[in-house]
Design a protein around this ligand. Structure first.
Ligand code: PHE
Length: 337
């Protein structure tokens, strides 16, 4: 019996030392210490021994048992500390002294927001996943209206939309704050676009809205020109064309002379020399009414500046795809000092 226990000890030691994963260790634990293990059988058969033998073998059996238990415990610690070590990153590696930077879009968004704040606008935000009502109905675009086709929309299974523009924040702000109001709302928008040098499915706009007594188109033009002048630090050539948006009447497209080619024509401006930068217009009376504002008392204007495009112009980025690429070499160029 003594030899049996000795052998058991040796076998357990070499088996346990040889495993390196938790599963195999647990298997060995049950082989060497479980109910049907040899050590348990030795213990069970003690009743047939003499008192002298019981003393000797019993002591030995207990020693072997706790020896094996210890081995298992130590091995378990070893395995789990190896696992831990794998997770801990090597903090002796050099980290470098690089600091992060803001994306060109964030920089431009902040700049426009600052200019607007100086003109008395408050900065608000709205949800990126929007209710159909605010993205469309509240902006005078009822279900089945052909204008919905202008904005190829991502719908969720629950019938919400990834907002196709920041204009829903107009409707939300009318409800929340009423009139008079000057607000601006920068944010991310989504459309199911075919992607090329100047179209992306994810882009940024900043919405602006002014509602007050006797607001006119000349106020709108002044505000637009002022923003552009402050952002580009020079007078920018603009042109105003009629534009159709169901939530403004009259509606305009404000174009700026392409700053990449200087108006000669390039892929970014689709060879026209002009870049659509800012659709705008006088808020449609129906939209005011839906926002609980009396159109006989108040009027207003709204604009949606394409921030993505503005950043491209400002930093002479000739391909919109760079902006969402997460490519560090591009972003590095815009490091804020
Ligand atoms: N929301 C419109 C768009 O993205 C732009 C717009 C905003 C037009 C405000 C008029 C007034 O196409």
């Amino acid at each position: 019996m003594k030899e049996k226990l000795e052998l058991l000890k040796q076998n357990a030691t070499s088996d346990i030392n040889n495993v390196s994963d938790e599963q195999s260790l647990l298997r060995l634990k049950s082989t060497y210490l479980g109910k049907d293990s040899q050590i348990m059988q030795v213990m069970k058969s003690m009743k047939d021994l003499t008192i002298e033998e019981k003393k000797e073998i019993g002591k030995l059996a207990n020693e072997v048992k706790s020896f094996i238990e210890n081995l298992v415990k130590e091995k378990m610690n070893e395995i789990s500390s190896k696992k831990e070590n794998k997770r801990i990153f090597d903090n002796t590696l050099p980290v470098g002294d690089e600091i992060g930077s803001l994306s060109p879009i964030t920089i431009v968004a902040n700049e426009v927001a600052e200019v607007l704040k100086k003109m008395g606008f408050m900065i608000v935000s709205g949800p990126e996943m929007e209710k159909e009502y605010y993205n469309f109905e509240a902006l005078n675009i009822p279900k089945n209206h052909p204008a919905r086709d202008m904005q190829d929309t991502y719908w969720t299974n629950l019938g919400d939309v990834l907002r196709t523009h920041t204009s829903p924040v107009q409707a939300r702000s009318m409800e929340t704050y009423g009139a008079p109001i000057r607000m601006a709302a920068p944010g991310r928008c989504f459309r199911n676009e075919d992607i090329d040098a100047c179209h992306e499915n994810t882009f940024f706009q900043i919405e602006g809205m002014v509602i007050d007594k006797e607001v006119s188109i000349s106020n709108l033009i002044y505000v637009m020109k002022n923003i552009l002048k402050e952002i580009y630090k020079k007078d920018i050539e603009v042109r105003l064309r009629p534009g159709f948006f169901p939530f403004v009447e009259p509606g305009f497209e404000l174009d700026i002379k392409c700053l990449i080619c200087g108006g000669k024509g390039c892929p970014t401006c689709k060879n026209s020399g002009w870049l659509e930068l800012c659709p705008c217009g006088m808020i449609h009376p129906e939209v005011l009414r839906m926002g609980n504002i009396n159109p006989d008392e108040y009027s207003g204007f709204a604009f949606g500046i394409g921030l993505t495009r503005m950043a491209m112009m400002k930093y002479k980025i000739n391909d919109i795809r760079m902006l969402n690429s997460g490519e560090i070499r591009h972003l590095k160029q815009f490091k804020v000092k």
